[in-house]
Design a protein around this ligand. Structure first.
Ligand code: CTP
Ligand code: MG
Length: 238
């Protein structure tokens, strides 16, 4: 039995603005994707990393990762991605060998997740949870609104109790069979609109549990996040 990490990295990064696909942009000179692969390979449990690349950049991503020095236990595969994250994850799952029983799904866009967070997710799956997500309490109060057109003021519908809310990160960890079943079901209309893999598992009626996330596992989404990520790296090297 083997633990693999699937890294969806095929997005363009529209919110980052014009430029290379987000996973290929650099933090202190090193592509975001390389940071993310190293973060997964840092876990002793992970012996395979499957990178789901932007289709037109699959060859260059293969070259980039071929030069990477990783622990001897770790194999790397690169496959072309799909139209959306869910499709990309499914293409990554299709590439897994039979021997894999535990799967981590980790956004390339979370390059700085600490190894302790990765290990905590793996441990919870090994302890019997079929779906595990790292998450943090929210700093902001959250309002549910009735979305309006353009910039028109939006009526507030509800204010969920903040202490019961969690902001979800990755890697999310799964028993392989459960995740494959969830992605199979997602081809049907009931799978539409889920924004993470765990959401698909919830729709199967299977339990999902939360373990503590980490503030350095934040998602690099907008230009300001590049500034924060480079500052975190600089602090680590200090
Ligand atoms: N992703 C993917 N395939 C897609 C879309 C997204 O593999 N077709 C991946 C991204 O590369 C990223 C992760 O899913 O690592 C989380 O998505 P997000 O942060 O939204 O990245 P993008 O979709 O690239 O960004 P944006 O939504 O701003 O375009
Ligand atoms: Mg996106």
């Amino acid at each position: 039995s083997r633990t693999a990490a699937v890294i969806p990295a095929a997005g363009r990064g529209v919110r980052m603005g014009p430029g290379a696909p987000k996973a290929l942009r650099t933090l202190n000179g090193t592509p975001i994707l390389v940071h993310a692969v190293r973060a997964m390979a840092a876990s002793n449990a992970v012996t395979l990393v499957v990178v789901v690349a932007p289709p037109e950049d699959t060859a260059s991503v293969r070259n980039l990762l071929a030069d990477l020095v990783l622990p001897d236990r770790t194999d790397v595969l690169v496959v072309p991605g799909g139209e959306n994250r869910q499709e990309s994850v499914r293409l990554g799952l299709d590439a897994l060998p039979e021997s894999v029983t535990t799967v981590l799904v980790h956004d390339a866009a979370r390059p700085l997740v600490p190894v302790d967070t990765v290990d905590a997710v793996v441990e919870a799956v090994r302890d019997g949870a079929r779906a595990v997500v790292p998450a943090l309490p929210l700093a902001d109060t959250v309002k549910e609104v009735e979305p309006g057109p353009g910039n028109a003021p939006e009526p507030v519908v509800a204010t969920p109790e903040r202490s019961r809310l969690r902001a979800v990160q990755t890697p999310q960890g799964f028993d392989r069979a459960t995740l494959v079943r969830a992605h199979g079901a997602s081809r049907s209309p009931s799978g539409e609109g889920a924004t993470d893999c765990a959401g698909l598992v919830e729709r199967l009626g299977e339990p999902v549990v939360v373990v503590p996330g980490h503030e350095e596992a934040f998602k690099v989404t907008r230009p300001l996040d590049l500034v924060l990520a480079e500052a975190v790296l600089a602090r680590r090297r200090a």
